[in-house]
Design a protein around this ligand. Structure first.
Ligand SMILES: Cc1cc2nc3c(=O)[nH]c(=O)nc-3n(C[C@H](O)[C@H](O)[C@H](O)COP(=O)(O)OP(=O)(O)OC[C@H]3O[C@@H](n4cnc5c(N)ncnc54)[C@H](O)[C@@H]3O)c2cc1C
Length: 422
């Protein structure tokens, strides 16, 4: 007889593992299939800087022992300016965080199967009925969830995900010791997460230093491929870009790389298409959910895992209904709770990465001038707050941006309403 669960989840990242925690807690039979072996998990998928905020820690009950370092502020930096915002945060040990989610899910009754690479959906009568993994293995479920990150084998096969290579942002970081965190002429980065806008080092993206205690920090950068400032041969050049920053910036003059501390991965910065279909949901980075402005992916993934668990619970309650219509509850929750105003924020992200390096100095000065409330509103995609960050001198920049991004703008703004209200 074939094996059967209420829900099968592909991928034990933050999205899949949080969804499994929530479902198991509600008493559902849930199986998580993870491609990596358990003994070394997570290895290749230990990809994140792990910068997050108290709201994520509190909402999802994340314990202090997965935190490497608590921070007090976020610093935004351009070549000549900086802006420090008081904002408590936490830099997670991402591997410990992932292992904690698995352990806690198991304690609530979720089943985990490692070394189990999901390859494709089992489709019966036009509907997904389960998944194939490890070549010939099969497992059936009433609802299947793809939480494999950008790999997205199920979402791609079902036509739910349409991740475009040209909208892929790639990121790399290493942990360093001996970093001069309070160097003359720069902001004091002790107990801070710093993001730097500077095409010389992160062409078409941003660089970062996240303090992890004493003189250690996570140092990395990311950029979108195929954009104005991005090199086309990304695989080689993102390492070169990081090496160049490390060579040029005096804060790294005495820094040494900590062995085996590399984190590397990708995410898509594009409008999401469909998020679900009959008996199926795509969660976490399987759909483009990373906050496009400041790279917050963990909180988004946890929220999407929770939204999928709520949807499954609703579909199973009373007379079971896992039709595409009923699954759109997930789409509604995603647009409301996971990535509100996604269109406006995506557009802003592309515009920020498009602006020349010189413009970043003024941007940071404007942030210093504006109130914290205006900044929060701008960050939330409020058009009036965003307007305060533009000047008459930006008209040529905006004109060129519109000319070069017609396709994206068309995708994001099918009608004038959606910009303001999606
Ligand atoms: C360099 C870098 C730095 C980042 N820094 C931050 C940060 O500071 N703060 C923040 O909030 N976000 C950050 N992010 C983003 C954040 O890490 C991601 O958004 C988040 O990890 C995505 O979670 P996920 O569960 O969707 O996918 P993933 O974390 O990618 O997990 C997917 C899981 O699925 C497994 N898998 C893949 N394919 C298969 C398959 N076929 N079958 C079974 N299992 C499979 C993988 O092994 C993995 O365990 C960063 C990302 C990168 C790349």
């Amino acid at each position: 007889m074939s094996e059967r669960y209420d829900v099968v989840i592909a991928g034990a990242g933050p999205a899949g593992a949080q969804c499994a925690r929530d479902l198991a807690e509600r008493g559902y039979e849930v199986l998580v299939l993870e491609t990596e072996p358990e003994g070394t998990f997570p290895a290749q998928s230990n990809k994140s800087t792990g910068g997050t905020f108290p709201s994520m820690m509190g909402s999802f009950g994340i314990p202090d022992d997965v935190v490497m370092h608590y921070t007090d502020s976020v610093v935004l930096e351009s070549p000549d300016e900086n802006f420090q915002l008081t904002q408590p945060g936490a830099v997670l040990e991402f591997a410990d965080f992932k292992r904690y989610l698995v352990r806690d899910g198991r304690e609530h009754g979720a089943t985990y199967r490692f070394d189990s690479r999901v390859s494709q959906p089992i489709v019966e009568n036009g509907e997904i009925a389960g998944v194939r993994y490890d070549g010939g293995e099969e497992v059936y479920a009433d609802i299947v969830i793809d939480a494999t990150g950008p790999a997205a084998p199920l979402a791609k096969a079902l036509g739910v995900s349409d991740l475009e290579r040209k909208r892929q942002a790639i990121g790399i970081e290493w942990e360093y010791e001996g970093v001069a965190l309070d160097y003359p002429g720069y902001a004091d980065l002790n107990d801070s997460m710093m993001l730097r806008l500077d095409h010389d080092f992160a062409p078409g993206g941003y660089a970062w230093i996240f303090h992890t205690g004493a003189d250690t920090a996570k140092v990395g950068l990311c950029f979108i491929q195929n954009e104005k400032y991005s090199p086309t041969d990304d695989r080689v050049r993102i390492d070169d870009a990081l090496a160049r920053w490390l060579d040029d910036d005096p804060r790294f003059a005495e820094a040494t790389r900590i062995d085996d501390s590399q984190h590397r991965g990708s995410a898509h910065i594009q409008p999401p298409k469909q998020l679900s279909t009959d008996r199926f949901m795509a969660i976490g980075d399987t759909v483009p959910s990373v906050d496009p402005l400041w790279g917050q992916g963990i909180d988004k993934c946890m929220r999407s895992g929770r939204a999928a668990a709520v949807t499954a619970d609703r579909c199973f309650t009373g007379q079971m209904d896992t039709s595409a219509d009923e699954m759109t509850i997930y789409d509604m929750l995603w647009h409301r709770n996971v990535a509100p105003k996604a269109a406006m924020r995506l557009l802003m992200t592309h515009l920020i990465y498009y602006a020349p390096t010189e413009r970043y100095n003024r941007f940071i000065r404007d942030l210093r001038r504006l109130s914290g409330d205006t900044l929060s509103s701008a960050n939330a995609g409020n058009p009036l707050a965003l307007a305060k960050l533009f000047h008459v001198g930006d008209i040529p920049l905006l004109r060129d941006f519109v000319a070069e991004h017609r396709e994206l703008i068309g995708q994001l703004l099918p009608g004038p309403r959606s910009l303001l209200s999606d």
